[in-house]
Design a protein around this ligand. Sequence first.
Ligand code: HEC
Length: 167
Amino acid sequence: MTPRLVLLLSSVALSYLAGCGNNPDDRYQLRTDMYTQPSFRHNANPRPPAEGTVQTKGEEIPVRDSLSAAALKNPFTFSRASADTARLLFETYCFPCHGLGAKGDGPVAAKFQTPPDLTTSKEIKAPDGYIYYVIRNGVRIMPPQDENTTQRERWLIISHLRSLQKR
Ligand code: HEC
């Protein structure tokens, strides 16, 4: 080996060794930009609220399981005019599977598993909080609708479902 080759090989080996260190304070760390970047842990909120800030929109009601969810009560008051919004929301997010009258005959039902009729006595007896839980978290094969709907919209949808059950 020529001295030049030895120098080249040892400098390559040295840079590998230096680059492999996990310690950012390592004196021989060649590049630390990827290590010291302001990254966040897996599933961490990428933008945590600044310290001392107060949330203005209110906390989302924690809905951990269907049993504790059953006790949830609607925190909103709805005017008569909101019935139209409620119908629109139901017809946007629930109709495709559940159908206009919530009988389980939406256009998607034919290609998916037929959803249950939501106007039966079993569903009438189901507490509002349970239905809130189902909309937010999904149930068995029903996909959650939490990303599509806000808290207020979920309670509006429940109010529309209740009016369908009275027909
Ligand atoms: C992609 C289709 C789909 C959409 C969209 C959908 N559902 Fe469902 N839903 C289902 C299916 C399927 C079931 C039956 C789930 C099972 O038993 O596996 C179901 C079940 C239910 C139940 C009965 C739960 C129980 O335990 O008895 C309720 C209440 C309900 N859905 C409400 C809603 C509401 C309200 C919306 C709109 C916000 C909605 N669903 C949107 C498919 C859907």
